[in-house]
Structure formats: C-alpha cells, structure tokens
Design a binder for this molecule. Structure first.
Ligand code: ADP
Ligand code: MG
Length: 194
C-alpha cells in the first residue's frame, strides 16, 4: 500500500507527477491546498496564501486522511501539517534552479516571489522540511532536471519498489553558476528592503 506525499518548491512538477502516480496506483489524489481552503487567507503583501489556523488545518488533514482506507497521494508544499504516521514515503522533487526560474516566470508570478522560491530550491528548503517532518528514512529525493514526466514517474515507481530512502541527489550550491547565485541574493536583498 502506498501512502505518498509529493512535495517540492512551487513549479518543480508536484501536481503533474502526483496526478500520474495516482493514476498508476489507482490511488486517491489529495490536493492539500483544496483540503485546507477554509484556513487560507490571501496575503497581498507576500503575494501568497497564508494559513490562519494551523491546528485547524492539521485537523482537517487528519480527518480526511484517516477516512481513506486505501492508497493516497498528497500534493503539497506544506508537509509540516501532515501527521507522519499517515505517510509511508515522501517524494521530494528537485529541479535545477535556472530551469525552475523559467517555469515560474512563465507562470507570470511577481519577481520577488520568483526569486524567493528559486532561492528556496537552491538551498533545498523543501527537502529539509520533509526530513524534519517524516525523518530521513521516508524520503525519496528525485532530480527531475531534463527528464520527461514518464521517466520521472517510472524512476519513482522503481525506487518505491526497492523501498530504500534516497537523499543527496543534487547540490545546486556547487553546480549552479556563481553569478546567478550572487544576482539572486542581491535581488532578494532588494525585495526585502523594499
Ligand atoms: P507544481 O505543482 O510543483 O507547482 P506543476 O506540476 O504545476 O508544478 O508543473 C509546473 C509546470 O511545469 C507545468 O507547466 C507543467 O506542465 C510543467 N512540468 C511539470 N513536469 C515537467 C517535466 N518533467 N518536464 C517539463 N515540464 C514539466
Ligand atoms: Mg501544484
């Protein structure tokens, strides 16, 4: 039985991959954002939704997941809201930061929101959060860079079958062009001090 979380920085491909996995396993697809909508409020300054009541959000998630007695795939950034006892594996999708930046620009997001998220990918925030929530033993980290959806999904299915955790597949700080990183940190400075 697979009770999976698919996480990662916005734009890495969570929704796309979670949908494919749910088809393959015949599993329920849970979009966490939709589940916790009653607790979300748009913050115009941060240009994002914030959770107004974390306890309530946790409760909504707990109730929904406990009611499913088969497999499910959860699509989310907010892994910290999920009780680890309800999850077997957490798939952390990674994407080379310049490619991620292109995807977020294509989404038409405000520049500062793009920079913030690309930096989060550079330092691996989503991986850290997943490890903190579920522990290293439940993590399968996947580098999706230059791979099509089909090969990513096949890779994940293979790794789930092997049943061993995988961490440390990318190191963007040492692979991404230094100038790109320096510019990002300058941009985030501008965004913060604005
Ligand atoms: P997330 O849910 O993590 O924000 P999405 O699944 O919405 O990401 O994907 C972001 C964009 O990238 C979408 O336009 C999607 O079609 C595209 N995409 C997702 N996976 C891939 C891939 N492996 N190769 C190319 N484009 C992809
Ligand atoms: Mg999504």
């Amino acid at each position: 039985m697979a009770r999976l979380v698919v996480t990662g920085t916005p734009g890495v491909g969570k929704t796309t991959i979670a949908l494919e996995l749910s088809r393959i396993y015949g599993a329920a697809l849970i979009k966490l954002d939709e589940l916790i909508t009653p607790t979300l409020k748009w913050d115009p300054e941060l240009q994002t939704y914030i959770i107004t009541n974390e306890d309530y959000a946790r409760r909504l998630i707990m109730e929904r997941l406990s009611s499913i007695h088969s497999q499910y795939i959860i699509d989310t950034i907010a892994v910290n809201l999920i009780d680890p006892s309800l999850v077997d594996w957490c798939i952390v999708l990674r994407l080379e930061p310049t490619q991620l930046m292109r995807r977020l620009i294509a989404r038409g997001w405000p520049y500062c929101k793009i920079v913030e998220n690309v930096l989060a990918e550079v330092v691996g925030s989503s991986l850290t959060m997943a490890i903190n929530t579920f522990g290293e033993d439940k993590i399968i980290e996947v580098d999706t860079t230059n791979k099509d959806v089909e090969s990513i999904v096949k890779y994940i299915v293979d790794k789930l079958r092997e049943g061993r955790p995988i961490i440390g597949v990318v190191d963007w700080l040492n692979t991404v062009d230094t100038e790109f990183l320096v510019n990002l940190s300058k941009e985030i400075d501008n965004c913060i001090t604005r």
